[in-house]
Design a protein around this ligand. Structure first.
Ligand SMILES: [Fe+2]
Length: 188
């Protein structure tokens, strides 16, 4: 499950309901979904899209998304550092950033008001960062994330930078909610 920290207030949230309620106040949708269709870690994207087609259809209907794909990032991804550097600076999109995490980990920092919030996501987490929200993204130590993405219009996906450098004030470090909560359901 996700882990939310508010670095400037030294606060940490681990309960999914508390996380969803807090993120709602920031304009971020968060839900914990059960990974009902386990797929092999190296399954082709088409297999993942097929397995989760009913969930994808529900999200499309809910958010007006028209296409879905699978993003797969790992240490062997060609041009990994260049790709990551595009998204590790504070930016926004003219498109919602919707991610349903299938495996691996990722760290979103969002900056919706005056407070920066770190959201660590892992398998089973669904997050929607609405268009226009200032944010940035880093991988965690496993350098791996696989997620279903949904789009209203892929041309809106270009990152638009704030050039604030606020991202440099926050360590891109993941703590791992699963490790803090040994009884969690994260080990599907
Ligand atoms: Fe982004």
């Amino acid at each position: 499950m996700a882990l939310v920290t508010i670095p400037d207030q030294d606060e940490r949230l681990t309960d999914p309901e508390a996380i969803a309620a807090y993120l709602k106040t920031c304009g971020i949708d968060y839900e914990r979904w059960r990974l009902a269709h386990p797929v092999a870690i190296d399954a082709p994207a088409a297999d993942i899209l097929r397995a989760y087609s009913s969930e994808i259809d529900e999200l499309k209907a809910r958010g007006g998304y028209v296409t879905a794909d699978v993003i797969d990032v790992n240490p062997e991804t060609p041009g990994l550092e260049a790709m990551l550097s595009k998204f590790s600076r504070e930016h926004w999109h003219d498109e919602d950033e919707v991610r349903f995490i299938i495996s691996g980990h990722g760290l979103f920092h969002i900056h919706p008001k005056s407070t920066v919030v770190a959201i660590e996501v892992e398998a089973g987490d669904l997050i929607r960062v609405p268009r226009g929200t200032w944010h940035w993204f880093n991988l965690c130590a496993d350098r791996h994330i696989r997620a279903i993405r949904l789009f209203q219009d892929m041309s809106g996906w270009t990152p638009l930078y704030t050039d604030s450098n606020v991202d440099q004030r926050y360590l891109p470090v993941c703590f791992g909610a699963s490790h803090l909560q040994p009884n969690s359901d994260a080990a599907y």
